[in-house]
Design a protein around this ligand. Structure first.
Ligand code: COA
Length: 153
């Protein structure tokens, strides 16, 4: 039987999380960091085929007013099939089910990936409502070899 891609709400294992991020060039984090960030998220979806992890998307935040979209990844083997947008749809459906009026839903795109997020309804900043996004410089400095790598969107 040919197995199909399946998207569902669940946590990946720490090992899967580390390996999928590493596979798209985001470096590695420790098992402890992976466990803590995974259990700290509000909502996580996994894309699987035959049990293997091929995609991921997460929302972190306070669950009512502030939401940050992170770790949106589709493996090279599954890329181009619309799964990235399906992942974003499920994250948006989750946010819509819990966000209060006035909530902020934000993310930081990898340079050049903005058009992907625009297709899902995100808009670039600055715009007429909000200014530019800002990051604390200290956490943009690459980590030393062998240490936890800097975070990615
Ligand atoms: C970016 C990523 C999640 C897209 O996943 P995907 O499943 O290939 O995306 P989809 O098939 O749902 O593409 C949806 C649309 O976005 C567009 N798109 C996808 N990747 C894009 C990119 N890198 N730049 C511009 N547009 C892109 C597609 O062309 C498609 O448009 P169309 O409907 O007009 O054809 C995937 O390529 C990935 O994981 N890349 C590495 C990790 C990464 O950069 N994640 C984003 C962090 S900011």
């Amino acid at each position: 039987m040919v197995s199909e891609f399946e998207l569902k709400e669940e946590l990946p294992t720490t090992r899967e999380f580390i390996e999928l991020r590493a596979a798209v060039g985001w470096g590695t984090v420790s098992e402890d960091t992976a466990r803590r960030t995974l259990t700290g998220a509000l909502y996580t979806v996994c894309l699987r085929k035959g049990g293997a992890l091929h995609g991921l998307g997460r929302v972190v935040g306070d669950g009512v007013l502030y939401f940050y979209v992170s770790d949106v990844i589709v493996s090279p083997a599954a890329a181009g099939g619309g799964f990235g947008l399906r992942i974003l749809d499920s994250l948006k459906t989750y946010v819509q089910s819990v966000a209060s009026p006035g909530a902020t839903v934000a993310l930081l795109s990898v340079p050049g990936r903005e058009p992907f997020y625009e297709k899902a309804g995100f808009v670039r900043c600055p715009n007429e409502i909000v200014g530019s996004g800002l990051c604390l410089l200290d956490y943009l400095v690459p980590a030393p070899e062998g240490a936890d790598s800097p975070r990615r969107p």
